[in-house]
Design a protein around this ligand. Structure first.
Ligand code: ADP
Ligand code: GLC
Length: 485
């Protein structure tokens, strides 16, 4: 029997992406399909999403969705069913999914994503003719009100099906003032400790975590970490109270997009058997970034430039990195002050440090294929994908021991090196001493050519496809549905 799941997300590749959530939401339908799950993805109708729909069909219309007109359009995403909420007043705007062209959050994000979730709850509850679902899977705070609407305001004629709430990042929770509560269209009893109320205001993610039948995060270590005040960001008590319902399922990578043997973005394609062919990519990368060519280690960083990613600490270690013979190519966007400091560091170390700001998917592929090591000094990392792409491309990850980074990289300690299973370098604590020490260890290992090659090979051979995690999600869905009957 096929299980029908509605996956509700605010971004998904190939249509719209600001971070790893899009990679995961985009990959899930194919990941779970072999395990008897038919997944429909529901997205907001941003301009890029609407434009990508070829001959969409209107399957439903709302005269007023929290005050604005909306339609539901049906299409396809990579061959899988797609539903798009076309609500021009909410989503037809220049800028990104969450903010304007200058990066400022839209002031009405609460209404935009409450409306999106309200619509998803209507769809998931089976009130749209011809579309029935067995389960709803909501991602992050933007979709988190979906389980809450299903619980407190099941639409007429709808059925309350089980739900999964996945936390991709606890740092974004959707907190708003209590004064907005009446506009959400929820009954008064939803304003409660186990409802949407959170410290006297409204908490979107909090409401979803309370209402969902199960909670997942994107790695087992992060699932444990969010039980603590350091990582729980205020929701640790809730997570502990729902302990039996919380689990971690590590993200996979889309091996069709990220395969060094077939990647069209690369100058020189390679496999685990032809690692020497990476050299041509390294030369090309040096040229592209204007770095001095050389045999020494070339570090890369591909990241949002934010506090989460430990970029401030990385900045402190740049002189050390260059001092011991390293070079660095960075691709990032985000905090304007951090971008400026990187440009200043590049001026200070011409030919050794080079920076590209902005978002460039193809360049990120070329960097993974030509860099020697990728630095990921995150303070917290629910899963992290760039270290996985690094592993698949022979670009050795150097990571903070936290969240998904701890779960996916095997540190090159003596036992792991001797056993040939090491895949990268881990360090504990995101501060100057720990990161600069990790960079030194990396440079030392880099010059031990056999050990380095062995790490690259072990990384490429490790299985980070969606096979296992696709099955884990499918098993979870089946369990929740069985429990519900
Ligand atoms: P997060 O979602 O927290 O930003 P992840 O590691 O899960 O972190 O995912 C980041 C995704 O965004 C990866 O696919 C990474 O390659 C990509 N990425 C980040 N910054 C850039 C950039 N400036 N240009 C291109 N891709 C980027
Ligand atoms: C979030 C997290 C990142 C994770 C991604 C996809 O953006 O910051 O660690 O890999 O979601 O789950």
């Amino acid at each position: 029997m096929t299980i029908k799941v509605l996956s509700v997300a605010s971004e998904a590749v190939p249509l719209i992406k600001t971070g790893g959530l899009a990679d995961v939401a985009g990959a899930l339908p194919a990941a779970v399909a072999p395990h008897g799950i038919e997944m429909t993805t529901m997205l907001p109708g941003y301009p890029a999403v609407i434009k990508a729909l070829s001959r969409p069909r209107t399957v439903h219309a709302w005269a007023s969705l929290l005050g604005e007109k909306a339609r539901l359009l049906a299409g396809k995403i990579d061959g899988h069913p797609l539903l798009v909420l076309d609500a021009p007043a909410y989503f037809q705007r220049d800028g990104g999914p969450y903010g304007d062209t200058s990066g400022r959050d839209w002031a009405d994000n609460w209404r935009r994503f409450a409306a999106f979730s309200r619509a998803a709850a209507d769809v998931g509850s089976g009130t749209i003719k011809g579309r029935a679902f067995d389960l709803v899977h909501a991602h992050d705070w933007q979709a988190a009100m979906t389980p809450a609407y299903m619980r407190f305001a099941t639409p007429e004629g709808g059925r309350r099906v089980p739900s999964v709430m996945t936390i991709h990042n606890m740092a974004f929770q959707g907190h708003y003032g209590a004064d907005l509560f009446p506009a959400l269209g929820l009954p008064p009893h939803a304003w409660s400790m186990d409802g949407v109320e959170y410290h006297g205001g409204i908490g979107f993610l909090k409401a979803g975590l309370e209402a969902a039948s199960a909670i997942t995060t994107v790695s087992p270590t992060y699932a444990r970490e969010i039980r603590t005040a350091e990582f729980g960001m205020g929701l640790e008590g809730l997570i502990v109270s729902r302990d039996a319902r919380v689990s971690g399922i590590v993200n996979g990578i889309d091996t069709a997009q990220w395969n060094p043997e077939t990647d069209p973005a690369l100058k020189s394609r390679f496999s685990v058997k032809t690692l020497a062919r990476r050299d041509a990519n390294k030369r090309a990368l040096e040229a592209e970034f204007g770095l001095e060519p050389g045999d020494g280690p070339l570090f890369i960083v591909i990241s949002r430039l934010t506090w989460q990613k430990g970029i401030d600490v990385l900045l402190e270690t740049l002189d050390h990195l260059v001092g011991i013979g390293g070079r660095l190519a960075l691709l990032g966007s985000g905090d304007a002050a951090m971008e400026g400091t990187f440009h200043a560091a590049a001026m200070r170390h011409p030919g050794k440090i080079a920076v590209r700001t902005g978002y460039d998917e193809a360049l990120s592929h070329r960097m993974q294929a030509g860099g020697d090591a990728i630095l990921v000094p995150s303070r917290f990392e629910p899963c992290g994908l760039t270290q996985l792409y690094g592993l698949a491309y022979g670009c050795v990850p150097v990571v903070a021991r936290t969240g998904g980074l701890a779960d996916t990289v095997i540190d090159a300690n003596l036992a792991a090196l001797n056993g040939g299973v090491a895949t990268g370098i881990q360090f504990t604590g995101v501060h100057y001493a720990a990161l600069s020490d990790a960079i030194s260890r990396t440079v030392t290992l880099y010059w031990q050519r056999d050990a380095w090659r062995s790490m690259q090979r072990a990384g490429i051979k490790a299985d980070f496809s969606w096979n296992r995690s696709g099955k884990a999600y499918a098993d979870l869905y089946a369990r929740l549905i069985a429990e519900d009957q």
